[in-house]
Design a protein around this ligand. Structure first.
Ligand SMILES: N[C@@H](CCC(=O)N[C@@H](CS)C(=O)NCC(=O)O)C(=O)O
Length: 234
């Protein structure tokens, strides 16, 4: 059994989709990042950067429990455990790693900042909105070019596609429209209808918060690097 420490966000969905794709038994442990759960001592012992997702695999290496934080590390761990969604051929594997790292180091973090300055920032800073919207457009163009004449980012459907797909979903928050990117649109529509993707996206669907304007407590919890006062009082 795998415990999935989760909240329904783009990074969280990478892990839920991957667990559905691989078919490992898992149970969801909600970490409400809008209420400060990510700062709880027990969660920090598993995820020291106070972020979801994280997993605990009770049947880890040697049959002993192991915890994994960082969505890219979780994808790699589960792909290796399952022997699926990453190639064993060295050259194909390098390509999967390249596009996974592109997502982890650029596509995700930059788009996260785009969300922040376009949607969540308490004041509108035109420079930041333009800077990050332009960067989002640049990254989408990199993706569009890569998908020209290719079904997936690196050979067959892989963890690189899962990681990137979940960040294309909130594209409206990034000022992006798939009509401008025909290759991304084709790729996105193919992945979207996979039963495991649909199942992964339905985990905690009722608690979806990332497209809404957070209230003051949620904003404090997510963006001030400290739990909201309701978690610290008493
Ligand atoms: N690099 C990390 C980023 C994870 C991340 O940013 N998680 C967000 C939700 S998408 C979070 O937990 N935020 C809570 C916080 O920063 O306090 C990963 O890919 O796992």
């Amino acid at each position: 059994m795998i415990d999935l420490y989760f909240w329904p966000t783009p990074n969280g969905y990478k892990a839920s989709i991957m667990l559905e794709e691989t078919g490992f038994a898992y149970q969801v442990k909600p970490i409400n990042i809008t209420a400060g759960d990510q700062f709880a001592r027990e969660f920090l012992a598993i995820s020291p950067n106070n972020k979801v997702p994280a997993i605990v695999d009770h049947d880890g290496p040697g049959g002993k429990p192991v915890s994994v934080f960082e969505s890219g590390a979780i994808l790699l761990y589960l792909a290796e455990k399952a022997g699926r969604l990453i190639s064993t051929d060295v050259r194909s594997r390098i390509e999967t790693m390249e596009w996974l790292m592109f997502q982890m180091g650029g596509f995700g973090p930059m788009l996260g900042q785009t969300h922040h300055f376009r949607v969540y920032a308490p004041e509108k800073i035109d420079y930041a909105v333009k800077r990050y919207t332009d960067e989002a457009t640049r990254l989408y163009n990199v993706l569009e070019k890569r998908l020209d004449g290719r079904d997936y980012l690196a050979g067959d459907y892989s963890i690189a596609d899962i990681a990137t797909f979940t960040w294309v979903r909130p594209r409206k928050m990034q000022g992006q429209n798939l009509a401008d990117y025909p290759n991304i649109q084709r790729w996105y529509n193919t992945i979207k209808v996979r039963p495991a993707v649909q199942a992964g996206l339905s985990v905690m669907a009722d608690s979806k918060r990332w497209e809404a304007k957070p209230d003051t407590e949620a904003w404090t919890s997510m963006f001030s690097n400290a739990p909201p006062s309701s978690q610290t009082e008493g």
